[in-house]
Design a protein around this ligand. Structure first.
Ligand code: FE2
Length: 439
């Protein structure tokens, strides 16, 4: 991309992220901004100033060589590694007025810097990577702030139009799709803003498997509940069962019973559970138990990515299921355009070459994989982005949700969380083995 066009794109992406941050932080009053709505989450005002602080650290101080705007002690208040979320409300944080002034000040200086900085000559500047990283960082916090809104009790404050309905043809599609055996290219070495854990591109050989055409729906999941799935330890891993008992989990987070019916709370609205939408707010343990009950299993990360990106006609991997083009409103439910997942079958134009639908957007999808670096992984630009999380503690999520922005979503994008977590916008789809000889 030519430098001028790249700079325009960066400015537009920064602006889109900021407008979203403003929507999320201006929709509530000051009391709600400084309150902690769940011990799992930061006060919204912490996210706000943290976004500005990361922007200042990476773009103004590292790239631009500028002096700190605020006293140096402020940096450590917004260092996520120094203060767990539960402790953040007790810190001497900037108040809402100070936080807004700070992020506005940082952004003004960043836009000035963008005009003059060369987008080459240093690895951090190549293709505007440092700016892309900051765009993705703000959008990731916007998704986190939207999760905070979902946890907040009180009157609804956010609005958005309904997602498109299911296409009439969706009902006639097979429940799952055969992915033929063979190698495919996983990860990327060329996507300019891809993060370290998505790199490098490498070949992965997989046996044939089947994967669901759609994410598991609320209606499917209700089948598991009504069959007593939460009361039968056969379906759960020992750790999953222990957690289910200890935490008293009986349905997806935000679901409750009203007489014989199930309702859910969604951004302050209490509504009947929509059977045709992907299930959301389930933990990895619940997803894993459902899959076993259904006679299936969760896909591995590699299986998810091959189903999403592999094009058997060309043998290459696409950036997205539908091709290499950036997501449009016609192919995926992303970017908080709608405040809910879309019904199964709403995005036939977003299907992968193998016919798998809604892989990108709607709900993050739990996979069976733990967090590892790809062969040849190199931590960049800092170990704390990914490498310190490698190991057995986390499960991988793929594909992005309705709350994920297009800038923070690719066929290669990897997300991770603890297997007990349910406040994130996560659902899943199932996979199964194919008997040898088939496929
Ligand atoms: Fe952060």
């Amino acid at each position: 991309m030519l430098t001028e066009a790249l700079k325009e794109r960066i400015a537009a992406d920064l602006d889109r992220a900021r407008r979203r941050t403003q929507v999320l932080t201006e929709a509530v009053d000051e009391q709600d901004l400084v309150a902690q709505h769940s011990p799992l989450m930061s006060p919204l005002v912490w996210d706000l100033a943290h976004v500005g602080n990361q922007e200042e650290l990476w773009l103004l101080r590292d790239v631009g060589g500028r002096e700190p705007i605020l006293p140096p002690a402020v940096d450590q208040l917004y260092d996520a590694f120094q203060h767990p979320r539960a402790d953040r409300p007790s810190l001497p944080l900037l108040d809402p007025v100070e936080s807004r002034r700070y992020v506005h000040d940082v952004r003004g200086r960043v836009l000035d810097l963008l005009e003059t900085v060369p987008l080459s000559g240093r690895p951090l500047l190549e293709n505007g990577f440092a700016f892309g990283m900051i765009v993705q960082h703000e959008q990731q916090h916007d998704e986190t702030m939207l999760a905070t809104h979902q946890l907040r009790r009180g009157e609804p404050v956010l609005t958005a139009p309904l997602p498109p309905p299911a296409s009439p043809a969706a009902g006639g599609l097979p429940a799952d799709v055969l992915v033929p055996a063979g190698a495919f290219t996983m990860g990327t070495s060329t996507d300019a803003w891809a993060l370290d854990n998505e790199r490098p591109a490498h070949q992965v050989e997989l046996p044939a498997y089947r994967i669901d055409t759609f994410p598991v729906s609320n209606g499917d999941y209700l089948g598991f509940i009504e069959a007593g799935g939460y009361d039968d330890d056969r379906w759960w891993t020992p750790a999953g069962w222990a957690h289910r008992c200890q935490a008293g989990v009986f349905a997806p987070l935000f679901w409750s019973r009203q007489g014989r019916d199930w309702v859910r709370r969604r951004f302050g609205h209490l509504e009947a559970v929509p059977l045709g939408e992907p299930v959301v707010h389930v933990s990895w343990y619940e997803a894993d138990a459902y899959a076993r009950w259904a006679g299936k299993r969760l896909p591995t990360e590699a299986e998810w990515e091959k189903a999403a990106r592999f094009d058997p006609a060309s043998g290459r991997s696409r950036r997205f299921p539908w091709g290499d083009e950036e997501p449009s409103a016609e192919v995926a439910n992303l970017g908080q355009r709608h405040l809910r997942p879309a019904p199964l079958g709403a995005y036939p134009e977003g299907a992968s070459p193998l016919g798998v639908q809604q892989l990108v957007g709607d709900v993050w999808e739990w996979t069976s994989s733990e967090f590892r670096g790809y062969p040849g992984f190199r931590a960049w630009p800092y170990r704390e982005y990914s490498e310190v999380f490698f190991g057995t503690d986390y499960k991988m999520l793929r594909g992005g949700s309705f709350a994920t922005d297009v800038a923070a979503c690719r066929g290669t994008f990897r997300n991770w969380d603890y297997p007990i977590r349910r406040q994130i916008f996560a659902g899943f789809r199932c996979a199964s083995d194919v008997d040898s000889g088939q496929g």
